[in-house]
Ligand binder design. Structure first.
Ligand SMILES: [Ca+2]
Length: 169
């Protein structure tokens, strides 16, 4: 879905009531047609990531930005899945490094574990997308606190709770 006209057509079809924006429920349904099944909470997180006007729904412009992100993640997945249909830990790590995440072992394995739905060390495309959405959201949030760009933030309990609630999927 790279072509703007194709994207527009897709968007308009999902926006069945012609409101000019799509909701999490509509987006979830549309993605499942493409064989991507996400819990509603993950779809809500996708919307939050690019909800520039913070109205809780996705305009076409916001959708284009989300689509760009999803394409990047899908591309990384296909580069690494080697016709298995899933990634293993090493692949996930390699992909994350490419996305600019150099996580240490505790962070990496904790993240992996929470997105390894079947607990078998295999990450299908939807698991991998969910994982990337979580990390990207966490990074965006971190950066919003790390205003001095020092790679370090200090949070009080309220801010910490705000952050964890925001990134919860
Ligand atoms: Ca919006």
């Amino acid at each position: 879905m790279e072509n703007a006209a194709v994207l527009r057509e897709w968007f308009d079809r999902v926006d069945s009531e012609r409101t000019g924006s799509i909701t999490a429920t509509q987006l979830k349904k549309a993605l499942s047609v493409g064989n991507l099944d996400f819990p509603l909470s993950v779809v809500q997180q996708m919307i939050r990531m690019y909800d520039f006007d913070r109205n809780g729904t996705m305009s076409f412009e916001e959708f284009v930005a989300l689509n760009k992100f999803l394409l990047k993640v899908q591309q990384a997945f296909s580069d690494l899945e080697r016709d298995r249909g899933y990634l293993v830990h090493d692949d996930v790590y390699e992909a994350l490094v490419k996305f600019g995440f150099s996580l240490d072992s505790p962070a990496f394995y904790t993240v992996c574990e929470s997105f390894d739905q079947k607990k078998n060390g295999r990450y299908r495309l939807d698991d991998f997308i969910s994982l990337c959405i979580f990390l990207q959201s966490a990074r965006n949030l971190f950066n919003s606190f790390d205003t001095a760009k020092q790679g370090r933030v200090t949070l009080d309990l309220n801010q910490f709770i705000y952050c964890t609630a925001n990134c919860r999927i």
